[in-house]
Design a protein around this ligand. Structure first.
Ligand code: DGL
Length: 276
């Protein structure tokens, strides 16, 4: 039988497209199904219960579409919903289904980037409060000191297409200053929100030269490649026509226009409803 399962890629909105772009670069042979829950974004300021509920609805939709493997390409959903879905809900959908996040694969390798052992993490308020990065990194790099800073204005600026304007300068500098004030020895900063790569030009312009900036896309892509090597039964189920389908819970015209900036290529989306 021909494999028929695209790999599901989920985000609250557009941010996951920065991850999808790297997945397609590294693993172009697979089919992907992307969903942005734009109608209910941002997730970063919502409660655990709400993010869990929204993410579970999305995961269920991916399974209905025939996905076997779903990647939560959203740090907030990975921090607030992934564990409960894996431990409590997944069994209801059959023994072979899997949901993976972006925090663990990042935590597994992030210690290799820093010489000082002092890492700065920029993320949404939800990811920061969950302390998921602190807990996961302690697992793999117990000596590492992790400093977190929430950047509540960054996702709204990006979702509204205001990230290149001069208005964004103030908020980018404010959050970076707040992070760097926590420790002068930070030599590596992780962009722990999949939206933030769009702010790299602004961040780089004010970041001291000795500090390196890490985005997650390539890390997640490498991790998925290894996962599929280690799980041949899952790999066999993944369809391989190199096709991508884009879906959004909000306006397709907006998604096509803004999504192209995140994905780096033009795209055409379909509208779907969640939670009905
Ligand atoms: N892109 C999501 C993340 O990686 C967050 C955006 C949001 O607040 O919805 O955390």
């Amino acid at each position: 039988m021909q494999p028929s399962a695209p790999i599901g890629v989920f985000d609250s909105g557009y941010g996951g497209l920065t991850i999808l772009k790297e997945l397609v670069n590294a693993l172009p042979q697979y089919d992907y199904l992307y969903l942005g829950d734009n109608a209910r974004a941002p997730y970063g300021t919502r409660s655990f219960e709400t993010v869990y509920q929204y993410t579970l609805e999305a995961v269920e939709w991916f399974f209905e579409q025939g996905c076997e493997l779903v990647i939560l390409a959203c740090n907030t959903a990975s921090a607030k919903a992934l564990r409960t879905i894996q431990q409590k809900d997944l069994a209801n959908y059959g023994p072979s289904k899997r949901v993976l996040g972006v925090i663990r694969p990042t935590a597994e390798v992030i210690g290799r980037f820093s010489e000082s052992g002092q890492l700065g993490v920029l993320a949404t308020k939800g990811t920061v409060i969950s302390e998921s990065y602190i807990l996961e990194i302690a697992h793999f790099f117990p000596e590492m000191a992790v400093y977190q800073q929430a950047c509540p204005m960054w996702v709204p600026l990006i979702e509204n297409g205001a990230h290149e304007g001069s208005g964004a300068d103030y908020f980018v500098k404010e959050s970076l200053d707040q992070l760097l004030q926590q420790s002068p020895a930070i030599d590596t900063i992780l962009l722990a929100c999949t939206h933030y790569p769009l702010l790299i030009p602004k961040i780089s312009a004010i970041l001291p030269n000795h500090i390196q900036l890490i985005a997650q896309g390539e890390i997640v892509a490498q991790s998925l490649a290894h996962y599929l090597e280690r799980h041949p039964a899952m790999e066999d189920k993944c369809s391989k026509k190199g096709q991508i389908r884009f879906c959004t819970t909000d306006s397709t015209a907006d998604f096509d226009e803004k999504g192209a900036i995140f994905f780096g290529k033009s795209l055409k989306s379909e509208h779907i409803l969640l939670g009905h």
